[in-house]
Design a protein around this ligand. Sequence first.
Ligand code: KIV
Ligand code: ZN
Length: 561
Amino acid sequence: MAFIPEKYTQYTPVGLKDRTWPDKVIDAAPIWCAVDLRDGNQALINPMDLERKMKMYQLLVDIGVKDIEIGFPSASEIEFNFARKIIEENLVPDDVRPQVLVQAREHLIRKTFESLKGAKQAIVHMYNSTSVAQRRDVFKMDPKGIQQLAVDGIMLIKELAQDYPKTDWTLQYSPESFTGTELEVALDVCNAVIETWGPTPDHKMIINLPSTVETSTPNIFADQIEWMSRNLTQRDSIILSVHTHNDRGTGIASTELALMAGAERVEGTLLGNGERTGNADIINLAMNMYSQGVHPGLELGNLADIVKTVEECNQIETHVRHPYAGELVFTALSGSHQDAIKKGLEAHQKEARNHWDVPYLPIDPTDVGRAYETTIRINSQSGKGGIAYVLEQEYGFKMPKALQVEFSQVIQKIADKTAKEISSGQIWEAFEGEYLKQDKGYRLESLKTDYFENDEGEEEKIVVHARVKNNDDDTAIEFDGEGNGPVSAFINGFRKALNVSFKLNNYEEHTLSNSSCAQAAAYVSLLNSDGKEFYGVGTDSNIVRASVKAILSAHNRINKG
Ligand code: KIV
Ligand code: ZN
């Protein structure tokens, strides 16, 4: 980069000394206005055809957006026809206000009114650029000339609105490139527009302040909004709206600070499509509110379907890290995060907590239709907690701590070798192969258990009669064993029959909640002659058989070394 210091200038702060916005919080949803069908559409390589427009419109209605900028009817036939279609086919619910954009030019304003013939209610959104750069280079006008352009446009809109008295008209005015305009100039134009239109507290007009190009830090934008909010005339007859773009990557922050500074309405798009780096993402803003306990007034519970429809309409894929909507945003891959999520989710569920405070998950993923299973995915960065979580959530196995450590080494080897994500299916395959399949070493063929009671009717001893097969040489051995429980009885008999020495170190069992027919899982750890621990796992509809299978599994693993 050839850096020329004077090429760019630092943004001038507003110098608002008694600003109030820093101490405010957002405690209510704004009026949402979706501009996907206009601003978003203008930014698409292949603009939406009627079918895609209809799909997007329906989605916006379904999620509860009430102000919908449906297009720029004077700009193209598709735009005009779309407006006609939704009006003529009665597709505008009574509580939805279709909004249309128009420049402050006579023939365009006239065409716009034609497109809205028969609408029950509508917002006519007129804009003209007020910025220093556009006044100087594009319009070659001074501020007074720009103001006159706006006032002339509003006078025509007022006149045409009277020609269609059956429609409930709302006026919206945007001093386009507001953030490139001196505040006093923007204020004078807006106040002149307000005076010309004559809104009332019962029939407000909308002043929409756009960061057409985002050029400052969000605090400066907030100061500008607070300053405008204080100085606009007839403030009680105005709905103050903001329309942010994301050139500096702070469109969301700018919008949120603007709401704290007095804005009451937000224009944006679903997932943030729009000119250059896009518009503010309404879903992101709404979910930020939701995560603070503020109802955003939009229904986003099935976010995956919403994302799919937006992708189809815009023909743009969503980034996997896109806030709330991306495939990976509720997924932890690193071991320590997985461990904390697993423990946090378990505590949340066990204590049936209402309040959400689970590490690394800003919201409950199920609130937007995501399954907990997707919160943990396994690769070489993952740890025992994550692997245990997958095995428990998807297959019902609650591995003892030491087994988690042992099995994580098996998975680590696979992950290091493949250098790829390990799917839950692969984890299961590895678990089955390592512990459950008994195609090598010893396998249980039959088991009979006799219980003996003493004179007081208490259980005194247990004798097992077992037949096990050695898969490696196809031989079978039969033996009896005695103990105070089936596990010790089997171990005693088996050790003697094979003349081997291992010690039982740990035994745990549980029913398998995920299995359709009642099954039990047993976990046995044996210590070999050097004192090294080996785990074995067994499953069966009978808990004693499950335990014996676990003993054989551990023993086979000792032999494997
Ligand atoms: O970004 C912008 O300034 C606009 C206006 C038309 C509101 O899209
Ligand atoms: Zn815009």
